[in-house]
Design a protein around this ligand. Structure first.
Ligand code: SAM
Ligand code: SF4
Length: 348
């Protein structure tokens, strides 16, 4: 039994965790210390590149990982060298146990930072609780600063709420605040500099992300793709100085513009030029471990836990799946990955 906040949780099957404590490695020598967990598939927006208007065939509640199962996976993987956790989704703020999950990860031995990716709609109301739970970083997704375009892309209203959440996050003591902007031609390419300007007075990172082919309507085939190199070239033509600086492993190009307080990064999510640096494990909301965003190679950790597998057996499943990881996302995609209806089934 564990006490988290005012609640008591019972671990399902694993008892005292025992793992070999060796780092998780793949056949190419990469080490994996960053776990991204999707907490749900449900979302309060319907971004056109992510989820169809009518939603997807959402899995029922009993198929989704429970609080205790997520605790176990965090504890187990932390013993295998995972030091960074990100909660994503679906929309993670729709999960009632989010602060408990953050707090559990925060106090887990070996975990150095706990992050959240959210659309920001519900963030401002929960930020105090998240701050107290030990959250280290928030990525807020926002593709436009214009209300009518916001409605077009998300099929909902709410830009004011997201901007308010961004400000609340900036004003909080949470260390790392990033804005995720999916860059799309003829949609928000005219707003690139408006986003860059947000870094002038705010110590945030604005990250332009390439569109990826994970939606059932395949909007990415409609000419909206805007490649990382083009984004960088376009920014260069519009600023006086673009100074390269250090960023995270997936931030291909990271800059400070002029003498601005924040940073600008460009993420080659589709070009996949940073696969060699990959350190990520992904667990879907129904408990499947994926060894690559583009892969269909997955193993069901939820069923393993529910069927009473031991820590050592689950550890072995994790190591075996990661070991088989392909050298890059292109090779992984070639094994077939076309049955995803939405990024929420992968955990963005
Ligand atoms: N709902 C949360 C949010 O929007 O931040 C978390 C889940 S969402 C799937 C995670 C990230 O994936 C968001 O930044 C979103 O913009 C991005 N995303 C979703 N579909 C995408 C696509 N087809 N191409 C590129 N990024 C995508
Ligand atoms: Fe929801 Fe995030 Fe997908 Fe938009 S990108 S529909 S906010 S899960």
């Amino acid at each position: 039994m564990r006490m988290i906040g005012n609640n008591t949780y019972t671990a399902p099957s694993l008892g005292v965790l025992k793992t070999s404590a060796l780092p998780i490695k793949d056949q190419h020598g990469r080490t994996f210390n960053y776990l991204r967990i999707a907490l749900n598939e449900q979302c309060n927006l319907r971004c056109m590149y992510c989820m169809p208007e009518e939603g997807i065939d959402f899995r029922s509640e009993d198929k989704i990982l429970s609080t205790e199962e997520i605790f176990n996976l965090i504890e187990l993987t932390s013993q295998m060298g995972v030091s960074k956790i990100r909660f994503t989704g679906g929309e993670p703020l729709l999960r009632k146990d989010l602060t408990e999950l953050v707090h559990f990860a925060y106090q887990c031995n070996g975990i150095e930072s706990v992050h959240l990716t959210t659309n920001g709609l519900l963030l401002s109301k929960q930020i105090d609780a998240l701050e107290k739970s030990g959250l280290s970083g928030i990525n807020i997704s926002l593709d436009t600063l214009k209300p009518e375009k916001f409605k077009k892309i998300t099929r909902r209203n709410g830009l004011d709420l997201v901007l308010n959440s961004l400000q609340t996050a900036i004003d909080s003591s949470i260390q790392s605040i990033k804005l995720n902007v999916v860059a799309m031609r003829d949609f928000n390419d005219d707003e690139i500099m408006d986003f860059v300007e947000l870094t002038k007075e705010n110590d945030i990172t604005v990250r332009f992300i390439e569109l990826m082919p994970f939606d059932s309507h395949q909007i990415w085939k409609t000419g909206k793709f805007y490649g990382a190199d083009h984004i960088v070239a376009d920014i260069k033509t519009q600023v006086d100085e673009l100074n390269p600086i250090d960023g995270s492993r997936t931030e291909h190009h990271i800059f400070r513009v002029n003498d601005y307080k924040g940073k600008v990064a460009v993420i080659p999510a589709y070009s996949r030029s940073l696969c060699g640096e990959c350190n990520r494990l992904r667990i879907t909301s129904d408990g499947k471990l994926l060894n690559c965003l583009y892969s269909q190679n997955e193993i069901n950790l939820r069923d393993a836990m529910r069927n009473g597998k031991t820590d050592i057996e689950i550890e072995d499943m994790i190591r075996t799946t990661i070991k088989k990881k392909y050298i890059d996302g292109w090779k992984a995609q070639n094994q077939g990955n076309d049955n995803r209806e939405s990024m929420t089934q992968i955990g963005g």
